[in-house]
Design a protein around this ligand. Structure first.
Ligand code: GLU
Length: 312
């Protein structure tokens, strides 16, 4: 379908859409609970799109780097499933939306496992299942997987954000210690939480997350190299969880307004995929009250309408 639309036309649509929505940043806030995340320009916005034939479209500050934060959650989930199998992972983590904030502790008490892998508790449990000889090896497997999906060997850790999370991440530590008490996870909690902070502090730009999403849109196969990176079934499970739980406690609203599998992070990124068509990466660090990029949500809504992207 996109072949009929020339590159110039699609780039113009992206440009107009960004321009129409860029001022919405004024209604949002930077993620100040991680102090290092407030040191960014709230006005910066960008978008990259990659189609499943490998064609690339972009506008705005699409090269600007930001920390991946929770956009990492579906990615480590895929790695954990490839490491352990579907049943072992979902024995410890559920697949149901919570309707609660991403870092909520409420639904952890009294339940056998975290509700889903897109909230912090579930994501920490997933990270604890990543295989590796030691903590360094585990992190290098995670970043190696992210680099492969992004087709960018230059992805690195943002040390400042990592230390800032480490210093202020007591909620995440509490979730992890509680889960060990409940025998949901085992092992050294400080090491597990540290690995989770590191995975969240990897720097990406819009194109990196658009490339990652394009692999998902292409059912687990890299659109350019044609290499199967993720088994089709695992890609399907993760895309489904992104659709039902990926946009924090605004996932239902996002499904109506945009209608795509997507995952947002408090660094301001949103990764979205359009089955068999596009991987999309949007950036805008000012967040709405749920933690989603406010400009990113608006841009995706307008784009979904203009290009008829909703899966529903
Ligand atoms: N590192 C962040 C945290 O654990 C990720 C939150 C997010 O992006 O949703 O609080």
């Amino acid at each position: 379908m996109e072949d009929a639309r020339d590159k110039k036309e699609l780039n113009q649509i992206l440009k107009d859409t960004l321009k129409n929505n860029q001022d919405h940043y004024k209604k949002g806030e930077l993620a100040n609970y991680i102090p290092a995340l407030t040191k960014v320009d709230p006005k910066a916005v960008g978008i990259s799109m990659v189609d499943t034939k490998g064609k690339f479209y972009a506008t705005g500050e699409y090269k600007k780097r930001f920390t991946i934060q929770s956009v990492s959650k579906p990615l480590t989930l895929m790695l954990a499933i490839m490491d352990n199998g579907i049943d072992s992972v979902f024995d410890k983590v559920g697949v149901e939306p919570t309707g609660d904030p991403f870092n909520s502790i409420i639904k952890l008490t009294g339940f056998a496992k975290p509700y889903n892998p897109m909230i912090n508790a579930g994501a920490i449990a997933v990270t604890s299942m990543i295989k590796g000889n030691d903590k360094e090896d585990k992190f290098s497997r995670i970043i190696g997987f992210f680099r492969k999906l992004a087709k960018n060997d230059g992805l690195e850790l943002n040390q400042e954000v990592y230390f800032s999370e480490k210093e202020t991440g007591d909620r995440n530590r509490s979730l992890a210690y509680y889960m060990r008490d409940q025998e949901i996870i085992t092992g050294n909690i400080e090491e597990i939480v540290d690995l989770y902070f590191k995975q969240c502090s990897i720097e990406v730009n819009c194109t990196d997350i658009a490339n990652m999403a394009a692999v998902l849109a292409n059912q687990g196969v890299d659109p350019v190299t044609k290499e199967r990176i993720i088994p089709r079934k695992i890609a399907r499970i993760v895309r489904t969880l992104m659709t039902t739980c990926g946009m924090y406690d605004k996932s239902g609203n996002f499904a109506i307004e945009v209608g795509l599998a997507a995952k947002s992070g408090v660094g301001g990124g949103i990764m979205a995929e359009v089955p068999e068509r596009f991987g999309i990466g949007v950036y805008g660090p000012a967040l709405d009250d749920k933690g989603n990029s406010i400009v990113g949500m608006k841009v995706l809504k307008e784009l979904s309408q203009k290009l008829n992207l909703s899966i529903f």
